[in-house]
Design a protein around this ligand. Structure first.
Ligand code: ZN
Length: 341
């Protein structure tokens, strides 16, 4: 069964570029920048940039991003990292991916907004040509940033809308920075025709979920683990057909739930909420989509049919026009028929 998981076609909707840099590339680029690394070799470095066991909290998890952020300050690095991520995903038979990144986090050493975004898009174009993998980008606004900076992300990003950029997102520390701080930016994004996904209810704050839907126009919610605490919130997700981008391995690492038995995915599916499965950060969480699915099969009794249903949910939740969803469904169906699935 695990061999089949590796081979079946997949869709990834919640993947952070800076959390998914090949460790070897990051190591090479840091040394090239003259960074003093207190590790002997790449093996030790890998431990430094990924969560091997559980960590204590989301705050602890977010510390793993200090090295990635240092290497996303040059256009050629950003293009290479994007291209390599897509190469790796294509080897896992991922057909379509939405890659997210915060342009402002790559502007610390002089890159402009346009240089950052166009570098990602160049990497995506090159990967499409060479590996036949489809992708789009999601621009992230950071919670701790000012509302003005979020407005800039929306305004500056507009010219890429439909040309590789499909959505905006809000990410970062949910405890101290509630969604309403960025209300104006997401209202503008909605008016300009962006799709909207918001990280909400990742580590416990259930009210961020309805706020994201009602105040920020979210069509999808990143994680949404806390929805389980309030039947009214689950009802809202179901009623408005809001898909959840769940990332089981990351969610366990950041202690979003105490144990795998408490992971609410089964309840959500039984309640009729649209659930999708994603990696969050392939390097930081040391994961792949195969591992995520394997994890559900090993720990929560998911069957291969359940997994195929989750993949179909991802197609439905993708920020793509209906015709492109139909195309994805067609190629997925054809490939699955090889395995009599
Ligand atoms: Zn995320």
């Amino acid at each position: 069964m695990k061999e089949i998981l590796k081979k079946i076609p997949k869709i990834e909707l919640h993947c952070h570029l800076d959390g998914s840099i090949r460790p070897e590339t990051m190591y090479e680029l840091l040394l090239k920048e003259g960074e003093k690394l207190e590790v002997k070799d790449i093996k030790e470095f890998e431990k430094l940039v990924s969560v091997r066991e559980e960590c204590d909290s989301l705050k602890e998890y977010l510390k793993k991003f200090s090295y990635p952020l240092k290497v996303v300050q040059r256009g050629e690095n950003i293009e290479r990292i994007t291209y390599e991520l897509l190469e790796d995903l294509s080897k896992q038979n991922v057909k379509y991916v939405e890659i997210r990144f915060a342009p402002f986090l790559s502007m610390e050493k002089g890159l402009s907004f346009d240089e950052v975004v166009s570098s990602v898009l160049k990497g995506m174009d090159r990967a499409k040509e060479e590996f036949n993998i489809l992708s789009n980008a999601i621009l992230i606004c950071m919670r701790y940033d000012s509302g003005e900076n979020s407005l800039k992300v929306v305004e500056y990003g507009e010219k890429y809308l439909g040309k590789g950029v499909v959505a905006v997102d809000l990410a970062g520390n949910e405890h101290d920075f509630p969604p309403e701080i960025h209300k104006e930016a997401f209202q503008l994004a909605y008016e300009k025709g962006y799709n909207i996904t918001i990280h909400a209810g990742e580590t416990g704050i259930v009210e961020n979920i309805p706020k994201s839907v009602e105040l920020l126009h979210a069509k999808r919610i990143g994680h949404g683990i806390a929805a389980i605490k309030d039947p009214k919130v689950m009802e809202l997700l179901k009623e408005k057909n809001i898909f959840l981008e769940m990332c089981p391995i990351s969610n366990l690492q950041t202690k979003s739930v105490d144990s795998i038995e408490d992971y609410p995915i089964r309840t959500y599916l039984e309640e009729g909420i649209g659930v999708t499965i994603n990696t969050d950060n392939t390097t930081v969480s040391n994961t792949t989509l195969d591992k995520e699915y394997e994890f559900l099969m090993d720990n929560l009794g998911f069957s291969i049919e359940d997994i195929i249903k989750l993949i179909d949910n991802s197609v439905e939740a993708a920020f793509l026009p209906q015709s492109e969803k139909e195309y994805l469904r067609k190629i997925i169906k054809e490939e699955l028929s090889i395995y009599k699935l």
